[in-house]
Design a binder for this molecule. Structure first.
Ligand code: TMP
Ligand code: ASP
Length: 236
């Protein structure tokens, strides 16, 4: 399958048409941004790692009954996916306090929750991806009531599967962001990516950060962290 016309370029990926109108190719870049594009950089080799990791996660989730956009890995950076229209919601699940949760509520990072939390932001760069609740999403017609219920159920299922899986790699899944898409049939599937860009991953023993927070917070060792996650994923 070949890349035809580029239809979209995001901060970390490009999307191309193919000769099948129902399939797209996503191509992962090494570009990294944070704070809504304010901070820019490169994480060498990130595109290859995020492509591989995301595809592994999508296949694992499919095995557990979660429908995704994944079709086939084409190369180091390119993957064939089903064409979807993205629901403009960023769906965030948290198991442990960190990041904006700690900031908003004035609590330290690392508090383990009894139950996971879910929150939505409106995927809109101009507005800075503002937080909203399900009623706001309905008011803005971003999704239907049924779609929001489906998305919630799927997101918690993803959390169950991935939390267990990462435990086996001695990694704590602290929090993560998901995006969902609609197939032409209207069916909701998991889309976008699951990678150290979109998850907080802490070593279970040392709490060392193995994710994009090392870039966001200028901690150094960014490439090493991505490589370490990949090493654990592939040595299992
Ligand atoms: P937050 O604590 O900054 O709200 O981030 C929660 C999770 O979502 C974290 O795992 C990083 C991920 N995330 C993205 O994937 N994209 C984003 O634009 C932001 C702000 C967070
Ligand atoms: N990718 C997002 C941006 O550039 C933010 C993040 O991942 O922190 O704004």
């Amino acid at each position: 399958m070949e890349k035809l016309e580029q239809i979209y370029e995001g901060k970390a990926k490009k999307v191309f048409k193919t000769d099948d109108e129902n399939l797209y190719i996503v191509s992962y870049k090494d570009d990294a941004t944070a704070f809504n594009g304010l901070k820019k950089g490169t994480i060498v080799g990130k595109g290859v790692i995020n492509n591989k990791m995301s595809n592994m996660m999508m296949q694992l989730l499919e095995k557990h009954g979660v429908k995704t956009h994944y079709v086939k890995e084409l190369s180091d950076r390119d993957t064939l996916v089903k064409k979807v229209s993205i629901v403009p919601l960023e769906v965030i699940i948290r198991n442990v306090s960190a990041g904006s949760f700690s900031k908003h509520y004035g609590v330290e990072e690392g508090i383990v929750f009894d139950e996971p939390t879910i929150e939505f932001s409106y995927k809109n760069d101009e507005l800075g991806d503002p937080l909203l609740n399900a009623y706001h999403a309905l008011a803005l017609k971003l999704a239907t009531k049924e779609e929001i219920e489906t998305i919630k159920t799927m997101a918690f299922k993803v959390n169950e599967v991935l939390t267990e899986y990462f435990k086996g790699l001695n990694i704590r899944l602290v929090d993560f962001k998901l995006e969902f898409g609609r197939l032409p049939s209207g069916e909701i599937v998991l889309a976008d990516e699951i990678s150290p860009d979109t998850c907080r991953l802490w070593d279970l023993t040392t709490n060392e950060k193995l994710d994009k927070d090392r870039f966001r917070r200028d901690m150094g060792g960014v490439e090493d962290a991505y490589n370490e996650v990949m090493k654990r994923l592939t040595s299992k």
